[in-house]
Design a protein around this ligand. Structure first.
Ligand SMILES: [Ca+2]
Ligand SMILES: [Ca+2]
Ligand SMILES: [Ca+2]
Ligand SMILES: [Ca+2]
Length: 649
């Protein structure tokens, strides 16, 4: 299928280029008490309705509203709806959630920390009494732990079977064959066909049928399967470690539910396609099968050593399609070499990677490293300086009905995404990334041309998106994405990046660093350190078209660089853009349309956008077209652009 996945450029260019607006001085503060930054915004715009995306004409203009927007939309995540209702609350909730998440040392605690975002339901089950008939000679506690993990795996398999029981064989096969079309690379000719007004109708119908079928899946039961496994394995880790070394380097025990593989402490290679793999140490190479069995449950536990995890197939290494998968690596510097749909990826299922120690390297292509669609993908890295490299739709990314999350607790980490999917819509040599706390979903349709020129996007259907989170605790980190990344969301989605400490560097090109586009909310919170933010366009606290984009930096001497429509910019109908810097000596450069500006659409003036810029102190410098016009008391650009800088002048 060749799908026109990405937004056409015409919609973005629909914005009227407005002349430089008169900048009026504004009396900002009445007393000595400084209100909280978001309170400050509320004093600027006392009408709460103006500061919500909801009820502001969002769905007007669509010919067949009921067909496209079922009410209630079964795939609208409650937290996405809440963010669109109250965008000013998003940053605070993201930060407190992140603080709880980095305090977590195991997946269950991360799920609990993510409570504000996750769907209700699902629990950790206690039961399960299946036994492996013949275990080799092991420390008695280790043998008991293996039995308990096995019995939980069998129970989890029953949960998965129960979750899918309303689907016929044909429907299951359809989902299995087609769900990965949810996100795929553009095909040659896609853009040309879209420009000619040809819709990929078959692609739309396939995805809509998948979404229909997914409504028959008991996703609460799938969550229960995943939670139960994670809790059981965590409890059993100390007992597994009682077996200090294991001599036979490979023992395979066949069970009615698939092979159980015990790997010795010497290290070595091996292709694995099992229900349960436990490695007792040594430097190992784990290779996924080229054509693995479609197992509903997979568990891999590595107790130590520097390991390589090699993907030869989709849904390998803590990744699942219509099932659950858990990879626990308890020690060593590990090298995860994933492909597409691998490494902590859940598609209509749950995929979890829990790495406890060491400096690790994660590599992958599309849909990798904390990706959830109709389920969750969680990558919890507890320690070390880690490198994350991916192509597209990755690193804390979600699609319809999903949550995708990376929680990296500490260390100097590097997150790099790109050079995989060329951005055919904007400019050559830029890359679609949708990574590092981002979410995206489908707005199907085609481009309508008039006199040979693209004019508008004709929508033929839609599916709401999910919630993508990247949460990083301590350390000096580097974030590098390109087009759509770093707290970026598109179409009824929420994208969040929270970095709690250290001197960090952020780089994107377009739609990055706290950006929402077309009915979505994106937010970055950096809670400390001297940081650098580089982007070009529609970034750094920018809300475009019924969206909010928020960038909050809580302190340190920071550098902000952008070309246009950034640093507190609202664009098109009902966009809300917010940049808040709470202290330090900062340097701002924005060529155009920044520092608190709302750029309205010519034909929808009643849905005017807002832009807010607040710097709470320090000695700040500005470069850009508006540099000379700021005043100590604050400033205003047009009717709906507000700025203030309380620092030294
Ligand atoms: Ca290891
Ligand atoms: Ca780390
Ligand atoms: Ca950091
Ligand atoms: Ca900072």
């Amino acid at each position: 299928m060749s799908a026109f996945r990405l937004p056409p450029p015409v919609y973005d260019l629909h914005v009227r280029i407005i002349p430089l607006l008169a900048l009026l001085p504004l009396i900002a503060f009445a007393g000595d008490e400084k209100p909280e930054p978001f309170e400050q915004i509320r004093t600027w715009v006392p009408d709460a309705k103006e500061l919500t995306i909801k009820d502001r004409g969002l769905l007007r203009g669509h010919d067949d509203r009921k067909a496209f927007f079922p009410d209630p939309d079964p795939w609208m995540m409650p937290a996405v709806r809440r963010a669109l209702d109250k965008p000013l609350d998003v940053a605070g909730e993201a930060e407190s959630t992140a603080r709880a998440a980095v305090a977590a040392t195991a997946p269950w605690d991360v799920w609990r920390a993510l409570k504000p975002y996750k769907l209700d339901g699902g629990m950790a089950a206690l039961g399960g009494n299946a036994q492996i008939e013949k275990l080799p000679d092991l420390h008695p506690e280790t043998a008991s732990a293996i039995q308990q993990i096995y019995s939980m795996a069998v129970l989890a398999e029953q949960f998965v079977t129960g979750a899918l029981k309303e689907l016929t064989e044909e429907e299951r096969a359809f989902l299995r064959a087609n769900l990965t079309q949810w996100f795929q690379r553009n095909q040659p000719g896609d853009k040309e066909r879209a420009m000619k007004g040809e819709e990929d109708e078959e692609g739309r119908k396939t995805l809509m049928r998948c979404a229909e079928l997914m409504r028959k899946v008991d996703r609460e039961l799938l969550r229960t399967a995943s939670y139960s496994l994670a809790v059981r394995v965590k409890l059993m880790l100390p007992m597994l470690r009682k077996q200090k070394d294991l001599k036979p380097n490979r023992t395979v025990i066949e069970t009615p539910h698939g092979p159980v593989v015990l790997r010795g402490s010497k290290g070595g290679g091996g292709t694995e396609d099992a229900l349960l793999v436990i490695d007792f140490g040594g430097d190992d190479e784990f290779t996924s099968a080229k054509k693995p069995e479609p197992r509903p449950v997979r568990i891999v536990i590595d107790l130590g050593g520097d390991d390589i995890y090699l993907s030869q197939s989709e849904f390998s290494w803590g990744s699942a399609l219509l099932g659950v998968s858990l990879l626990v690596d308890a020690g060593g510097d590990d090298d995860y070499r994933g492909g597409d749909w691998s490494i902590a990826c859940g598609l209509a299922g749950h995929g979890v990677v829990w790495d406890l120690e060491g400096n690790d390297r994660y590599m992958g292509g599309l849909c990798t490293q904390g990706v959830g669609v109709f389920g969750t993908g969680m990558l919890l890295d507890c320690d070390g300086n880690d490198d994350y490299h991916a192509g597209v739709y990755a690193q804390g990314f979600a699609g319809t009905g999903g949550i995708g999350v990376i929680v990296d607790r500490t260390g100097d980490d590097e997150y790099i995404a790109g050079r995989d999917e060329e951005d055919i819509w904007r400019r050559a040599n830029t890359w679609i990334t949708f990574a590092q706390g981002s979410s995206y979903s489908h707005r199907f349709g085609y481009i309508v041309t008039e006199e040979g020129k693209p004019r508008k996007w004709k929508m033929t259907g839609q599916l709401a998106g999910g919630i993508g989170l990247l949460i990083d605790g301590g350390g000096d980190d580097r974030y590098h994405a390109d087009v759509f990344g770093q707290g970026a969301a598109y179409w009824y989605s929420l994208g969040l990046l929270v970095d709690l400490e250290g001197d960090d560097a952020y780089r994107t090109t377009w739609y990055g660093q706290g950006v929402g586009t077309h009915a979505a909310v994106g937010c970055v919170v950096d809670a400390g350190g001297d940081d650098r933010y580089h982007s070009r366009n529609t970034s750094q606290g920018c809300g475009h078209d019924f969206s909010a984009g928020i960038l909050v930096d809580r302190g340190g001497n920071d550098i902000y660089r952008a070309a246009t429509l950034s640093q507190g910019a609202g664009n098109a109908a009902s966009g809300i853009g917010i940049l808040i810097d709470e202290g330090g000596d900062d340097s701002y450069r924005c060529g155009n349309h920044g520092w608190g500006i709302g750029r309205p659409l010519k034909d929808r003036p009643e849905l005017a956008p807002y832009g807010f810029f607040i710097d709470r102190g320090g000695k700040n410098t500005y470069e850009g077209n508006f540099a000379a016009r700021r005043t100590r008391a604050g400033w205003k650009q047009g009717e709906r652009g507000f700025g203030s800088d309380e620092g030294e002048k």
